[in-house]
Design a protein around this ligand. Structure first.
Ligand SMILES: Cc1cc2nc3c(=O)[nH]c(=O)nc-3n(C[C@H](O)[C@H](O)[C@H](O)COP(=O)(O)OP(=O)(O)OC[C@H]3O[C@@H](n4cnc5c(N)ncnc54)[C@H](O)[C@@H]3O)c2cc1C
Length: 397
């Protein structure tokens, strides 16, 4: 029997796959999507969304928001602490099982056919189309979108030899019925001392706290030790019952990808295969924020596929690489640069700058929160810093 035909097959229904599926189905394109798991499913993740994501999500997004954060506390140990407050949301907190299911439901309602509990095992990326083999059957489509996360089978099979970088991260969920101070006034905490060359976080949720550590700079990894140090020394965690954390890699794009003028060709599109979200290593190298970029890259990929199928002027899949390189590339380049400075010298950055220039440092942290709100970009933030330091190349981040 010949395999069933679709315009697009999507592998993985996390935020990247579900966003691509929703946009494609809204354009009347036939989409089949697979997930090896069944929603609602737990995903190791802090569930912190920068507030700018509201601009790119369906309007009923507030349904799945657990807490709206307008206060962020940045600490280095228990002495230096800076509290940034804003009248506008800085971040939204979600539980991934609810958020991902909500996105998948939107895609389904828009017309996407979803097969849950069906794992994709093989992809044959041919000139005339793609054969996708699952644990249950064989399917055919004109395009395949790999949205299957950090350990992507689509990336492994269709994009061998990509420069890859994955950082270790650990996450635990504490159940606390609304009595923690960070729940009473929803506050997120970022601790630069928690992890060697990374940071620790506490995010408030309706029924508890999400907390974890990530290590962002290459070198010997010791996330378990960092996690132990974090819960031992962070005063806001004192007295809490903290379950053993779960680990998952965060796939950050390789540093070469941020270089000015670097060709993105073949990084996200090869033949009829495309990569979005974690599968494409589209994660902010400073914060480890991946959900915003998963949603956005899913949308950009869908635009390029729709243009190709409609034979418009920009109608080729590789246009997706151009869209990502233009929108995300310059931001990741600056974020990578900031990450090297901050995680390379956290003591100097936070403790020294915080003690010597507290007002200026507080302003930089406020501006950083404005990046999360979408009022600033990493590039404009970097420019402001250079202008303050009177650097002649301030206009060219
Ligand atoms: C500890 C930790 C904390 C984090 N905290 C944050 C945070 O607070 N904010 C933030 O923005 N980002 C955070 N991230 C990153 C964020 O989790 C990811 O960037 C985001 O989940 C990427 O979405 P995605 O859709 O690309 O992939 P995923 O969410 O990983 O979804 C991939 C989907 O593909 C399915 N799949 C995989 N393989 C197959 C297959 N072979 N066949 C069929 N289906 C398959 C999986 O079941 C899954 O549903 C964190 C990551 C970690 C590890």
């Amino acid at each position: 029997m010949s395999p069933r035909e679709y315009d697009v097959i999507i592998v993985g229904m996390g935020p990247a796959g579900a966003s691509a599926a929703y946009e494609l189905s809204r354009h009347g394109i036939s989409v089949l999507a697979f997930d090896k798991q069944i929603h609602p499913r737990y995903k190791v993740c802090g569930g912190g969304l920068s507030a700018r994501i509201a601009k790119i999500l369906p309007l009923d997004f507030p349904e799945v928001v657990e807490e709206t954060v307008r206060r962020v506390q940045f600490t280095y140990g228990d002495r230096e602490s800076f509290l940034i407050e804003s009248p506008d949301p800085i971040a939204f907190m979600v539980m991934r099982q609810n958020f991902d299911q909500w996105l998948a439901d939107h895609a389904r309602q828009a017309g996407t056919e979803i097969h849950e509990g069906e794992r994709v095992v093989e992809i044959h990326n041919g000139e005339d189309g793609v054969d996708v083999v699952t644990t249950q059957a064989r399917y055919h489509s004109r395009v395949v979108i790999g949205a299957d996360g950090a350990m992507s089978v689509v990336a492994q099979q269709c994009f061998p030899g990509r420069p890859l970088r994955k950082i270790p991260a650990l996450e635990s969920e504490v159940h606390e019925e609304g009595s923690h101070p960070f729940q009473e006034i929803p506050t997120a905490l970022i601790s630069l001392q928690a992890a060697k060359k990374g940071y620790g976080w506490i995010f408030p949720k309706r029924q508890g706290l999400s907390l974890g550590v990530g290590e962002f700079v290459q070198g010997p990894k010791r996330p378990k030790q960092s996690f132990r140090d974090f819960i031992e020394h962070e005063p806001m965690l004192t007295g809490l019952q903290i379950p053993t954390p779960l680990g998952h890699p965060i796939p950050i794009a390789s540093p070469q990808a941020y270089r000015s003028g670097h060709a993105w060709q073949g990084r996200l599109v090869r033949g009829r295969a495309m990569l979005v979200g974690d599968a494409g290593h589209l994660v902010d190298p400073l914060l480890g924020e991946g959900i915003y970029y998963a949603v956005r890259s899913g949308q950009l990929a869908a635009t390029s596929v729709a243009d190709m199928l409609n034979q418009s002027a920009t109608g080729h899949l590789s246009h997706y690489e151009t869209l990502v390189a233009n929108e995300v590339g310059p931001e990741f380049r600056v974020a990578g640069r900031l990450g090297k400075i901050i995680y390379g010298l956290p003591h100097v950055v936070h403790r020294w700058a915080g003690q010597q220039f507290p007002d200026a440092y507080q302003r930089v942290l406020s501006r950083y929160c404005e990046v999360l709100q979408g009022k600033e970009t990493y590039q404009s933030l970097w420019n402001r810093i250079l202008q303050r330091l009177h650097c002649p190349w301030a206009a060219n981040p």
